[in-house]
Design a protein around this ligand. Structure first.
Ligand code: UD1
Ligand code: CA
Length: 455
């Protein structure tokens, strides 16, 4: 039977103390709502409806997906009221799964176990907690059948001792939802329309109620404040690190590596302490990443060594690269095999040929660098004239002396040598030495000025 999913995301999240709506607060740099939608989509539902309210414009602007249906809840009058806002978009012949934008770590496997139960059942995701404080409690009769859910604020002292809690996630049989919602009132301690009241209506209508427990104890954890957000981030990162270890990656400290995207690693990759991987990252066989590096949307070719404190963003590094320490490789950088980029080197939007080196204090921007080029310390491509960017082209086997400025657009032809300290404004011909440097002079008998003597 087809399935539709309703995700509740209208709450304000006051306790976050943030101007960012709660469901946009990130886990691994991705809004919690996106995590939930990712899991929702993996169940291949016929539609996903998001009930939104607080920070509505911001939420919609962040989640650009044409397949989603947005239902606005003007006032937050309770979870049943929230689901009511989605009713117009639902098909009465489809089961409805209720998820929450602030419960981001729920696994698809667990939801699949709920979906596998008979279509005529009301299925609840419940959990036994040693400290059930704050949650709705599951009421069962002596034969163990679910009779209802009691919100903590409405519960008696005895009921509060019940350890089985309502995670809020439920799967409602087709045909039933609209009728049940119409029968829910707000005669309770909070004056809200409780979705949990569906349970007693199911009992009254003799609809079977079944329960499923999450496979992992952290799956149904919700986020109300920054402390819980940090806790879930830690759980999420723990599992990212476990997955890397399982795939054969060596982590110097699994608790001090962060994955904020999709990472693919070859064999025998090593990540030192403090490595942060963001976006789409692929690391080839035998790649070693030193301490405190950020690698974002990048490929690092096999056998490469990235030394400590490098920032690599939007780059494609060929095999056997040696980068850093303290290098910054920016978007649009493509290097061939065996390229060395040393300390305090910045590269942007440039291609670099095999075995070329820039080992110290260099900026190469908008450049095409050939093979076996040696770029001396302190070389700068002056690619920006204040209005436009220009390219620098450096041929194969060029040697550029230290402290050189290459004023783009400019071409250094193959085999050329540039003398140290030059400012190059025109083409440097192939195979020749070009330099622009004022003559060295010595002033015989010159004396240094001394303090107190003004004449
Ligand atoms: C709810 C359940 C409780 C369960 C708990 C699990 C009800 C009545 N109670 O309680 O049994 O143990 O979740 O965390 O359902 N929301 C809206 N619009 C609203 C109200 C809520 O979108 O008008 C959204 C909130 O953004 C939140 C979720 O629904 O994501 C849960 O709402 P919340 O008010 O936190 O419910 P609880 O009181 O925690
Ligand atoms: Ca809650």
């Amino acid at each position: 039977m087809p399935l539709c999913i309703v995700t509740l995301a209208a709450g304000q999240g006051k306790r976050m103390n943030s101007s960012l709506p709660k469901v946009l607060q990130p886990i691994a740099q991705r809004p919690m709502l996106q995590h939930v939608l990712g899991t929702a989509k993996s169940l291949q539902p016929s539609k996903i409806v998001i009930v939104y309210g607080h920070g509505g414009t911001q939420v919609r602007a962040h989640v650009l997906d044409e397949d989603l249906i947005w239902a606005y809840q003007k006032e937050q009058k309770g979870t049943a009221h929230a689901v009511m806002q989605a009713l117009d978009y639902l098909d009465p012949n489809e089961r409805v799964l209720i998820l929450y934008g602030d419960v981001p770590l729920l696994r698809a496997e667990t939801l699949q176990r709920m979906v596998a139960l008979p279509c005529s059942d009301l299925v609840l995701l419940t959990q036994r907690l040693s400290d059930p404080t704050g949650y709705g409690r599951i009421l069962r009769n002596i034969s163990g059948q679910v009779q209802g859910i009691r919100e903590e604020k409405d519960a008696s002292v005895q009921e509060r001792n019940i350890q089985e809690i309502n995670t809020g996630i439920m799967l409602v049989p087709a045909n039933r939802l609209a009728g049940w919602l119409a029968r829910i009132d707000c005669q309770n301690a909070q004056g809200e329309y409780y979705l949990t009241d569906l349970v007693q209506l199911a009992v009254a209508d003799e609809v079977p109620i079944s329960t499923v427990e999450p496979g992992e104890p952290w799956e149904a954890l919700g986020v109300n404040d920054k402390s819980q957000l940090a806790q879930l981030e830690k759980i999420y990162q723990y599992h990212q690190a476990e997955a890397l270890l399982k795939a054969g990656v060596t982590l110097m400290d699994p608790e001090r590596v962060a994955v904020r995207g999709q990472v693919t690693c070859g064999r025998d990759v090593t990540l030192d302490v403090g490595v942060i991987l963001e976006g789409q990252v692929t690391l080839g066989d035998n790649v070693s990443i030193g301490p405190y590096c950020v690698i974002r949307n990048a490929h690092v070719g096999q056998g490469s060594i990235i030394e400590a404190f490098c920032h690599i963003d939007g780059a494609n590094l060929g095999g056997l690269a040696h980068v850093g320490p303290y290098a910054r490789i920016r978007p649009g950088t493509v290097t061939a095999e065996g390229v060395h980029l040393g300390n305090f080197v910045e590269i942007k939007n440039s291609t670099i040929g095999v075995y070329s080196k820039a080992n110290h204090l260099t900026y190469l921007g908008d450049s095409t660098v050939g093979e076996r080029v040696n770029v001396g310390a302190g070389t700068i491509t002056c690619n920006y004239d204040g209005a436009n960017k220009h390219r620098t082209v450096i041929g194969d086997d060029v040697f550029i002396g230290s402290d050189t400025q290459l004023i783009a657009p400019v071409t250094i032809e193959s085999g050329a040598t540039i003398g140290a300290g030059s400012t190059i404004v025109r083409r440097a011909p192939a195979g020749e030495l070009t330099l622009s440097r004022s003559e060295q002079v010595t002033k015989k008998g010159w004396k240094r000025p001394r303090k107190g003597k003004t004449e």
